[in-house]
Design a binder for this molecule. Structure first.
Ligand code: Y12
Ligand code: CO
Length: 176
């Protein structure tokens, strides 16, 4: 089932999500719905809080060189913890909860993550490049953070101004 993706400035996006304790049917349904929702909305990553469920669960499905996503590449990370990180990289990020806004964010180039799969089995993921960006972006959601919070002060102010203008024009029916 495709669920609604909540968007900025919804207060729920700033909540710290809770640990997953039950690896049951309900969790599996949530993960399946998150995948369906992410694909339907052209996303490559999604955290549970983005569908209004405050649990520490996220999914990532990066596209191949031709831009195609394959379900067999889907990553499901439950209760992830970054145990090591190295280097830095800058990537222009976007987020389904902050539609139509993209900006440069600096993050670690490489991360090692301990996590559980949908059955509760423990696992380790080592990621670099785009996958490392996606993991860090989605893990920020679990702690109630959005990529726009990482923008320098003036860029953040510009974003807030543009966002208010856009919301006002959406209300009046004029497109900016
Ligand atoms: C690198 C950077 C960020 C991530 C986190 C996951 N981000 C997304 O999945 C963003 C998806 C997104 C999709 C959009 O929709 C279309 O392009 C049709 C979009 O555009 C609009 O909302 C109009 C914005 C963001 C992972 C890796
Ligand atoms: Co996001």
């Amino acid at each position: 089932m495709i669920r609604e993706v909540i968007t900025y400035p919804d207060k729920r996006l700033f909540l710290r999500s809770s640990e997953v304790e039950k690896f049951d049917e309900e969790l599996h349904r949530l993960l399946d719905d998150m995948y369906e929702t992410m694909i339907a909305k052209n996303g490559i990553g999604l955290a549970a809080i983005q569908v209004a469920v405050p649990l520490r669960a996220l999914i990532i499905n990066l596209p191949d060189e031709e831009g195609k996503q394959h379900k067999e590449d889907l990553l499901e990370l439950i209760n992830p913890v970054i145990v090591e990180k190295r280097g830095s990289q800058v990537y222009t990020e976007g987020c389904l909860s902050v539609p139509e806004y993209y900006d440069d964010v600096e993050r670690a180039e490489w991360v090692r993550v301990e996590y559980q799969d949908r059955h509760g089995n423990k696992n380790i993921l080592e990621a670099d490049g785009l996958l490392a960006v996606a993991v860090q972006h989605e893990m920020d959601h679990l702690d109630g953070h959005l990529f726009i919070e990482k923008l320098p002060y003036l860029k953040r102010k510009k974003f807030e101004k543009e966002w208010k203008k856009r919301k006002k024009s959406q209300k009046s029916g004029i497109k900016v």
